[in-house]
Design a protein around this ligand. Structure first.
Ligand SMILES: [Zn+2]
Length: 320
């Protein structure tokens, strides 16, 4: 039994246990939402702008739906949304962020490595059970329930020292080339770390990858990537992965804006943080990921980046 559950079992009177376990169960909601989307109509890259500049994904009808228009266009938000991602980050658009906002990563080594090829990307699943003990003094006694930290080890904190939000890492995945561009320039690769709160708020951290030195953690994903889109999580026994190896050493500076998922259904309400410091991967590694995409039948091309989207007046902030 994981440490946290043993701890809760010992501390909580029987009539309160169910409440705590319901609270823990809420953590799984973002993952379940993501999985249900996969049963929707087929889509692939590119998300080609139609003659009027509208996302082609938004025009994919659900052939099984008898709902009236527009409800039978499940990806319509990709086209009508005005907070879509990715975007081009222009230096002259950037508004410098004042205040003391911080972004802190608490990622741990996960074992075993869990990978999913969902037919659109290779996804590293964050572990759902604790791998490190949770200190007793981090649990909050509400007077009814004992609320301990979310039982996954990988977290992101955002805010100030006095007041911050806590997000749980759900999964991370790779795009080639980068989805976000800087002053019109794209980069060889971009890694997205997807986080959520139990009430459904989402934060995605984007890390730009330049061509350079070999990255050992990336190689574990490349070497163990499931070859076809089976939508089944592949557990690779004995292989650990440390997501910190996919982050730059200096993580304090970022560009942030309000955006969306970059894949259908392109849901908005996603807070984006693009780190301004980059990491590197070798050209051989980038080519290996391209061939994984090419060899996945539902992708069948060496790229999986969505085109950039109009800002529609959104502000883009820089934390230097
Ligand atoms: Zn992504």
């Amino acid at each position: 039994m994981p440490y946290l559950l043993i701890y809760l079992t010992k501390l909580i009177p029987m009539n309160n246990k169910i409440k705590v376990f319901s609270w823990l169960g809420a953590i799984a909601v973002p993952t379940l939402i993501a999985a249900s989307v996969l049963a929707a109509p087929a889509w692939n890259y590119p998300d080609a702008p139609a003659p009027l500049g509208v996302s082609s994904w938004s025009q994919i009808a659900d052939p099984t739906s008898t709902a009236p228009v527009p409800l039978n266009y499940p990806y319509s938000e990709c086209g009508v949304g005005e907070h879509q991602s990715p975007i081009n980050v222009n230096s002259y658009d950037l508004v410098q962020r004042t205040g003391s906002d911080i972004i802190n990563f608490y990622y741990n080594t996960a074992e075993p490595l869990q990978l999913l090829n969902n037919g659109h990307n290779i996804i590293v699943e964050a572990p759902a059970t604790p791998t490190t003990p949770i200190p007793v003094n981090t649990c909050l006694n509400s007077g009814i329930n004992l609320l301990c930290p979310i039982p996954t080890p990988d977290k992101l904190y955002f805010g100030t020292v006095q007041s911050y939000d806590e997000y749980t890492l759900v999964q991370y995945h790779i795009h080639v080339p980068s989805e976000h561009t800087y002053n019109g320039a794209s980069f060889p690769m971009e890694i997205h770390f997807v986080h959520a709160t139990p009430d459904g708020r989402e934060v995605v951290v984007g890390v730009i990858v330049q061509t350079g030195v070999y990255n050992a953690e990336l190689q574990k994903i490349l070497d163990n990537a499931p070859p076809t889109g089976t939508n089944v999580i592949n557990t690779i026994p004995g292989v650990t992965i440390n997501p910190n190896g996919l982050l730059p050493s200096n993580k304090s500076s970022y560009v942030t804006y309000a955006g969306s998922l970059t894949t259908p259904p392109c849901s908005e309400g996603v807070n984006w943080f693009i780190l301004t410091n980059f990491i590197q991967a070798s050209s051989v590694q980038i080519a290996q990921f391209q061939s994984i995409l090419q060899n996945t039948p539902t992708i069948n091309r060496p790229t999986n980046a969505r085109n950039i989207n109009n800002l529609y007046g959104r502000s883009v902030n820089l934390k230097p």
